[in-house]
Design a protein around this ligand. Structure first.
Ligand code: 9WN
Length: 438
């Protein structure tokens, strides 16, 4: 007997439970990913949260994004964490005293009144702002929502496109695995291997108090994360000098999707979106040119310091499916890869696994080295639907809803069984459930 998600019997209660999760994680101005593991505001989490929240409270969804944007730096970057000053320092590592944004970030224009990290996360924000607007255009216009966020989102994209095109080929690079959001993905193993880890005794992890150690990144991974972040901070968060620089397909695809959204926002505000749509098209061409592998039917990361494509198959390489400007040939190849033996969607797995089922580093429980996450499956679902793959999109949607339901909105799950891993009551799982239910 296989459980089939039946919207007529469980949709009501699933909907209410998802709302309860988001209510419980709401702090008054933003939503924490989960109180235990992640007690502050995270950048791409907030974008996904706003996308779900817009269906139940468009006002709160706007506030979620506005709070994040209030912590934007003068150079345009949106920090990956905005710290809540009432949370004890030892509740999360690295804490504000590690990042020292107010002092080390002064040259880059870090805000003085709020403490943040100094790295970024994937730019899902303009896409989120556009979707939030559309959920209640009347409220949005009355509050001047788009008019207020547009210049900030434009500055954010400008930062990425001007300061982070480290390879000179038009794409944006991440300078830390935390920036791409899939912290310990096997794609980072090769570029990280060149980084001398910070000594284990020089920092104390807080995550192990909440998550099972075998589900989290290793101490060696953390040593390298700490080294990279320390060096970036000590260089006052200036770009261009980091030992780690990788062009990632998901990060860039989300920027492109957001650039299309920014074009629509410009049009809604009475300007023209033509130049932005054209830029999104140019970025799509650069993405294909630099990261697409036709023989594998997948996008790969490019290591700018080591040179060349990193041939590890990750879900990040499937995320560009959400782009409208892909050729039919690439779309078909991606759908084939998604459903083939490496990802098994619709065959052996429930949701898209974060990493190649047949890869040497595959582990169904260790964070971004195999487990499935709702946000990546939501992105793939959108892509399938956009390109007319309705039956596959419907099946993936049903699977996400069922897994969210039975795992109690887990942070991530075993891709084969849907068994919960990490935190439960995880905000973006609840938010994207709401979005799929609408
Ligand atoms: C580091 C908050 C974040 C997500 C990331 C996820 C995890 C942090 C951590 O949690 O990263 O930023 O401490 O492991 O990998 O995608 O945004 O939910």
């Amino acid at each position: 007997y296989t459980a089939v998600y039946d919207p007529t019997t469980s949709a009501g209660s699933l909907h209410l439970r998802a709302i309860e999760v988001l209510d419980g994680n709401w702090t008054g101005t933003s939503t924490v990913p989960s109180h235990g593991l992640y007690p502050h505001q995270w950048s791409w989490d907030s974008a996904f949260i706003a996308i779900g929240l817009r269906h139940v409270s468009p006002r709160r969804a706007q506030t979620e994004l506005e709070t994040l944007l209030d912590a934007q730096w003068g150079d345009g970057r949106i920090p990956h964490i905005v710290f809540n000053p009432s949370v004890p320092l030892d509740a999360y590592f690295p804490s504000p005293d590690f990042w020292r944004s107010v002092t080390a970030g002064r040259a880059a224009g870090a805000p003085r009144t709020v403490q943040t990290s100094g790295i970024v996360q994937p730019p899902v924000h303009a896409l989120a702002a556009w979707l939030v607007h559309r959920a209640d255009p009347g409220l949005s216009r009355a509050r001047g929502f788009l008019a207020r966020v547009y210049p900030r989102l434009a500055a954010w994209h400008r930062y990425l496109l001007h300061r982070r095109d480290l390879g000179g080929g038009g794409l944006v690079s991440v300078v830390h695995p935390w920036e791409q959001g899939m912290d310990n993905a096997p794609s980072w193993d090769a570029p990280l291997a060149r980084i001398a880890p910070a000594p284990a005794r020089s920092f104390r992890r807080a995550d192990l108090a909440h998550g099972a150690p075998e589900d989290r990144p290793t101490d060696l991974d953390y040593g390298r994360y700490v080294r990279l972040a320390t060096d970036y901070r000590d260089g006052e968060y200036a770009d261009g000098r980091t030992d780690f620089a990788v062009e990632d397909p998901a990060f860039n695809a989300l920027l492109i999707a957001s650039e299309h959204a920014l074009a629509r926002i410009a049009e809604e505000l009475g300007a023209t979106g033509t130049a932005r749509h054209a830029r999104a098209q140019r970025l799509t061409a650069a993405l294909v040119d630099r990261l697409w592998d036709p023989a594998e039917g997948l996008f790969f990361c490019r290591d700018l310091r080591g040179g060349g494509l990193i041939r590890e198959r990750g879900v990040s390489g499937l995320v560009p499916l959400l782009l409208p400007g892909l050729s039919r040939e690439i779309v078909s190849a991606l759908v084939g890869t998604l459903r083939g033996p490496h990802f098994g969607v619709g065959a052996t797995t429930r949701l898209a696994p974060s990493y190649d089922l047949l890869g040497e580093a595959f582990d169904p429980h260790r964070y971004w080295r195999g487990p499935a996450w709702c946000n990546t499956s939501w992105l793939v679902e959108r892509g399938l639907r956009l390109h007319g793959e309705r039956a596959h999109a419907d099946a993936l949607r049903a699977a996400v809803l069922d897994v969210a339901d039975t795992s109690d909105f887990a942070e991530y799950v075993d891709p084969y069984t849907g068994e919960a891993c990490g935190a439960t009551g995880f905000s973006w799982t609840a938010a994207l459930t709401l979005d799929l239910l609408h």
